[in-house]
Design a protein around this ligand. Structure first.
Ligand SMILES: Nc1ncnc2c1ncn2[C@@H]1O[C@H](COP(=O)(O)OP(=O)(O)OP(=O)(O)O)[C@@H](O)[C@H]1O
Ligand SMILES: [Mg+2]
Length: 248
């Protein structure tokens, strides 16, 4: 059975922004772990919440939880969305080990229930929604599925977060090529500077990625140590996604 068929047909109507554009529903993934997915997802959710659209935060798999009752990314997304959605639906599977979710589960002799993730996703109905993956596209979620299989099953377009500096032409290109093989639409690549170190590649990377792959590239978000200023910068960089036309 294809993962897509588990969720069923894409609903015909979605809630709309004030200007009539379809409300945003995206899956935020990245070229790697620790690149800025939570920052981007939180920025999008807070902008949607500001617009009064009651967005749903979704972080279905989270590992590295020092307390299973307090999954840090899921809680950050829920705060950004100003959501009261039950944490069990926002974050279905949680693991203490700082490992890929599928690897953490295997060490416990468990197989995380994929159908529970799909049921949680369906429970959000047609609200605007921002999902955050775990690590990058080929991170295992269970013995059969990687993050990219979840994206395909949810039939959501992707926002791909990538490092701004040296190496990103290769890592971002690899991720975009893989998404293209599954015909998964990409709304944008968001570049972020995770380090203040000087890097002469940064000035060219956005233009190269945009030309090579025909994709909207946002950023780079500069390196900003202060969390409040950093949140503001991410919001400004991703703001164009709120009103951009859907890819299909
Ligand atoms: N532009 C930036 N300036 C300063 N710090 C940044 C910037 N972008 C990301 N970071 C830092 O990098 C770290 C990782 O960011 P974030 O948690 O959003 O990554 P992630 O992709 O969600 O990671 P994970 O795979 O663990 O979920 C955070 O501590 C964040 O503050
Ligand atoms: Mg995260």
């Amino acid at each position: 059975m294809s993962p897509r068929s588990l969720v069923g047909a894409r609903p015909r109507s979605r809630r709309r922004n004030g200007d009539g554009a379809p409300a945003l529903r995206v899956f935020v993934t990245a070229t790697d772990t620790g690149v800025g997915k939570t920052q981007v997802a939180s920025a999008l959710l807070s902008l949607l919440a500001d617009a009064g659209l009651s967005p749903a935060p979704f972080k279905p798999y989270e590992s590295g939880c020092s307390r299973l009752s307090r999954p840090a990314d899921a809680l950050e997304l829920r705060v950004a969305a100003r959501s009261t959605d039950p944490l069990d639906r926002v974050c279905v599977h949680r693991f203490r080990a700082p490992l890929a979710p599928g690897v953490a589960a295997a060490r416990l002799g468990r197989v995380p229930d994929f159908r529970a993730v799909l049921a949680a996703y369906r429970s959000f109905g047609d609200r605007p929604l921002v999902a955050e993956g775990a690590g990058g596209l080929l991170v295992p979620l269970d013995p059969r599925r990687d993050v990219i299989d979840l994206i395909e099953a949810l039939a959501l377009p992707v926002v791909l977060v990538a490092r701004a500096g040296l190496g990103t032409l290769n890592h971002t290109g690899l991720s975009l090529e893989l998404l293209a093989t599954r015909s998964i639409p990409v709304r944008a690549v968001v570049l972020s500077r995770g380090s203040p170190a000087r890097d002469p590649s940064i000035e060219d990377n956005a233009a190269w990625l945009s030309r090579r792959h025909g994709v909207l590239v946002l950023g780079p978000v500069p390196y900003i140590a202060d969390p409040a200023r950093r949140r503001w910068a991410f919001r400004e960089v991703v703001r164009p996604l709120l009103n951009a036309p859907a890819p299909h």
